[in-house]
Design a protein around this ligand. Structure first.
Ligand SMILES: O=P(O)(O)OC[C@H]1O[C@](O)(COP(=O)(O)O)[C@@H](O)[C@@H]1O
Ligand SMILES: [Mg+2]
Ligand SMILES: [Mg+2]
Length: 316
């Protein structure tokens, strides 16, 4: 017996208006998946010719994905605010909707030209509480990973479930409660940035590289897709740690990844699956945002690995 996303949402002990917001993001993701599948034929894999508020060159598919999300959101009267990586300002929609969505409509878009997994990340918050809320206030979070299969990973905070898009455009439940393995021998970090790293990051990675002969006492593998969604999906399914720490190059911006629509939703998904998340010094979900596009350091995944990194930061 298969369980569809609609059946699963109807059975969740949550406000069904909130469930409808998640369903809207699932619908948008299914449409983005269909566009991505044919993008090389449609000639949509290049640059859009514009830069976003963060000074990053927008790909045509960044803009298309953002438009798809916005169109779907406008059709759901429960959503009154959209914050997007691709939009300088929050969009306020004229309705009585009680929910706000923050989204990275297309994560990992530098991987589009090479047909590697990209994704859509989203966070759902109470719109009446304003644009800037701690991640612990999230009502739901999720991402779609557009890989060999399209996966949709969702949480309302208590557990994390995985769905897979079938041939007819329906998401089907494939893992009811995913658990992040507490221990792992895999870590994900962009090692080309080593010269910028702080002492804690250097110390932790050096222990991993030393393998069974070092203080960690076991052999490690490094995996870095360069799409946060793909790296986090691997960690949810088989454990590991993802790190985009503060380094000497990103320190002036506060980090690389964005708090509202990258760090917070991923932290909620990982924690609801039994993993941990931190900036190294503080809990990601307890950070009070100062801007909608704020950047933060991100370290999350298997509890034992995150605790080892925290231990390095605690050494000062
Ligand atoms: O280019 P780097 O340093 O490998 O960074 C990769 C990281 O940047 C991101 O691509 C940023 O996301 P966007 O593609 O949405 O800007 C993450 O998905 C990924 O983890
Ligand atoms: Mg991103
Ligand atoms: Mg993006």
């Amino acid at each position: 017996m298969t369980t569809t996303l609609a059946q699963w949402l109807a059975a969740q002990p949550v406000d069904q208006k909130l469930a409808s917001v998640v369903a809207t993001m699932a619908d948008a993701s299914a449409e983005i998946a269909a566009v991505l599948r044919l993008a090389p034929i449609a000639g949509q894999t290049g640059l859009a010719g514009a830069t976003n508020v963060q000074g990053e060159a927008q790909k045509a598919l960044d803009v298309i994905s953002n438009d798809i999300v916005l169109n779907h959101i406008r059709q759901n009267p429960e959503i009154s605010i959209l914050v997007s990586e691709e939009l300088d300002e929050a969009v306020h929609i004229e309705n009585q909707g009680g929910f706000m969505v923050a989204t990275d409509p297309l994560d990992g878009s530098s991987n589009l030209d090479v047909n590697v997994t990209v994704g859509t990340i989203f966070s759902v918050l109470d719109a009446r509480k304003g644009l800037l809320q701690k991640g612990s206030a999230q009502l739901a979070a999720g991402y779609a990973a557009y890989g060999p299969a399209t996966s949709l990973v969702l949480t309302f905070g208590a557990s994390t479930a995985v769905f897979t898009l079938d041939g007819s455009g329906t998401f089907v439940l494939t893992v009811e409660r995913v658990t992040v393995a507490p221990a792992s021998g895999e870590y994900a970090i962009n090692t080309a940035r080593e010269r910028f790293w702080d002492a804690a990051t250097r110390g932790y990675v050096a222990e991993n590289v030393a393998g069974e002969t070092g203080p960690a006492g076991k052999r490690y593998n490094m995996r870095w897709v360069g799409s946060m969604v793909a790296d986090i999906h691997r960690i949810l399914m088989r454990g590991g740690i993802f790190m985009y720490p503060l380094d000497s190059e990103t320190v002036s911006k506060g980090g690389r990844l964005r708090l509202l629509y990258e760090a917070n939703p991923m932290a909620l998904l990982v924690e609801a699956a039994g993993g941990k998340s931190t900036t190294g010094q503080e809990k990601i979900l307890e950070l009070m945002p100062t801007g909608i596009h704020q950047r933060v350091p991100v370290i999350l995944g298997s509890a034992e690995e995150v605790e080892r990194v925290e231990g390095w930061y605690a050494r000062g």
